[in-house]
Design a binder for this molecule. Structure first.
Ligand SMILES: *[C@@H]1O[C@H](CO)[C@@H](O)[C@H](O)[C@H]1NC(C)=O
Ligand SMILES: *[C@@H]1O[C@H](CO)[C@@H](O)[C@H](O)[C@H]1NC(C)=O
Length: 210
């Protein structure tokens, strides 16, 4: 459940950026063995570009990430790294697997991050071991009550204008009542989003386009 936050949440602090973890800390290496790092190559007017996104392994050959990571990009090529802690290093634990194909949620809308979900099929199956595991994804339609603490992990920026982290970071956030998000975000949808945040404004996460 905690990982759904990565891809479909509205936040009390609407900071724009790419997969940010603000006010968090470095995770214990490999304590989130389902986390996937996506390196995305695409082409725009200025040539070949690369961007990055987080995701999570749901099957040895399938990863869920966010639609905005590939939407409206041309000639996209995605490599998924599993079992990583520091993505700047070729760690023994890492498995790099190209994505064979992917599908954007048919009702995705970049306007308000509606159904911001991407499903990727890997070219080969990951080897499941202590550093690479799929997440238990059983409870469908699970409802997470306000007040529940959850953790969001990623390799994104660590400050609003900070540098991107090369090690996996995580931040603990509390699930809020729906009302503040409904007030702040016109496109907030109760059935598919979670309102999370820190009222003191010190911790946040945000996953959006660059
Ligand atoms: C995608 O990138 C990988 C790694 O750089 C490369 O080996 C592969 O040929 C590329 N695939 C396509 C279809 O361009
Ligand atoms: C990750 O690895 C790079 C390359 O070895 C190193 O420079 C960097 O300090 C490492 N990051 C952390 C937070 O340990």
């Amino acid at each position: 459940m905690l990982l759904l936050l990565l891809i479909s949440s509205a936040f009390l602090l609407p900071w724009a950026g790419a997969g940010r973890i603000i006010g968090g800390q470095e995770v214990v290496p490999h304590s989130r063995p389902y986390m996937a790092f996506l390196k995305i190559k695409f082409v725009n007017q200025s040539g070949i570009q690369t961007s990055r996104c987080g995701g999570f392994l749901i099957r040895p050959d399938a990863v869920i990430s966010a639609a905005h990571c590939v939407a409206e990009k041309r000639r996209v090529n995605i490599t998924v790294t599993l079992g990583a802690h520091n993505i700047s290093v070729r760690e023994q634990s890492q498995q790099r697997i190209p994505a064979a194909r992917w599908v954007i949620h048919p009702k995705y809308s970049s306007d308000g991050h509606i159904n911001d979900i991407l499903l990727l099929k890997l070219k080969t199956k990951a080897k499941i071991n202590k550093n690479v595991k799929q997440i238990d994804f059983s409870g469908s339609n699970e409802y997470v009550r306000a007040g529940t603490k959850c953790r969001v992990a990623g390799w994104g920026r660590t400050a609003v204008k900070g540098h991107v982290s090369d090690v996996l970071m995580e931040v603990e956030l509390k699930v809020q009542n729906e009302e503040p998000c409904e007030r702040l975000f016109l496109n907030y949808l109760r059935h598919s989003m979670m309102c999370v945040g820190d009222k003191n404004g010190k911790k946040s996460t945000y996953s959006s386009w660059d």
